[in-house]
Design a protein around this ligand. Structure first.
Ligand code: AMP
Ligand code: MN
Ligand code: MN
Ligand code: MN
Length: 290
């Protein structure tokens, strides 16, 4: 395992713990380099950064931007940006702005099945009211006894083709990449194994993402199998991407991963985090032969 985690959520988006507690949990498990990457919002970063600094853990600013690419929804992780950058902040605000109206449409779909209380119920789970998401719906439907766990809620109600799913326009791919890069950060394609893309479409995406300025892809992810990691490690090398890793931690008991540690990257992968990892300086006068 490696002590690096560059993809985690707090209750600023759809995680359950506040930012400082996610950081403490990752640190307690041995993490040395950590990024908080809430969906479409960076307001958790100051508290997370402060907590990491108190614990002596290296911290990288992060965000996970929701993107529409044709008919596909993708997630782009931004890392190492200036979280005061006005264009980035305005871009993220524009992505969040559509969420409430989307939630109303989702609730209308579920109302047709006789569930009348879903919007108000789900809102109670969204600590950050601008960031109501399918995860909050899922938690409410579990709490109200409609399903045994959030995974089953998604399968039955919240994925494309099911009654609580609605189409939605997120940020455009090149805008998301420009916001991240404009703020000095690196754009990373999150969990490529989770998109239902055929081989050919995936190749087109990897070419386009690179051309638009994307520099890395997540190879090791809490949502990837070992086979996914091997496959995306090879694709990263073929398409000249650096590689990232992250647990995609949301809540203990939801999903299998705890925050803080990840599997090693496959052989030959170039880690995106080398640029942030501080190493002890070598004494050049000793290291260099005279
Ligand atoms: P939203 O941004 O509102 O569409 O919510 C997306 C979030 O829902 C993702 O970031 C995951 O946390 C969660 N999610 C998506 N699909 C699933 C699934 N099949 N099972 C459990 N959680 C999921
Ligand atoms: Mn999520
Ligand atoms: Mn994601
Ligand atoms: Mn995520």
């Amino acid at each position: 395992m490696i002590p690096v985690d560059l993809h985690c959520h707090s209750n600023i988006s759809d995680g359950l713990l506040p930012p400082d507690e996610v950081v403490r949990r990752a640190h307690a498990r041995g993490c040395q380099l950590f990024a908080l990457t809430d969906h479409d919002d960076v307001r958790g970063l100051p508290l997370a950064r402060q907590t990491a600094s108190e614990l002596g853990m290296q911290f990288v600013n992060g965000v996970e931007i929701s993107v529409s690419w044709g008919k596909h929804t993708l997630h782009v992780v931004g890392l190492g940006f200036d979280d005061q950058n006005p264009e980035l902040l305005a871009g993220l605000a524009s992505v969040r702005a559509g969420r409430f109206e989307r939630a109303e449409r989702m609730a209308r779909g579920l109302e047709k099945l006789g569930m009348s209380d879903v919007l108000a119920g789900s809102q109670k789970f969204a600590t950050n009211p601008e960031m109501i998401s399918r995860t909050h719906f899922a938690r409410f439907l579990v709490e109200s006894g409609r399903c045994k766990d959030t995974k089953s809620v998604f399968k039955k109600y919240l994925v494309r083709g099911k009654p609580g799913y609605v189409e939605h326009e997120w940020a455009r791919l090149h805008d998301a990449i420009d916001w991240i890069r404009g703020a000095g950060g690196v754009a990373v394609l999150a969990h490529p194994g989770r998109y239902d893309l055929g081989n050919e479409t995936l190749r087109v995406l990897l070419i386009e993402f690179h051309r638009m300025g994307g520099e890395a892809i997540e190879v090791v992810s809490g949502t990837h199998s070992i086979a996914d990691a091997a496959r995306f490690g090879r694709l990263a090398n073929d398409f000249s991407y650096q590689c990232s890793c992250g647990t995609d931690y949301h809540a203990t008991g939801e999903g299998s991963r705890e925050p803080g540690l990840n599997a090693e990257l496959p052989f030959g992968c170039v880690p995106v985090w080398e640029r942030w990892r501080k190493v002890d300086p070598i004494d050049v006068s000793v290291a260099r032969p005279s």
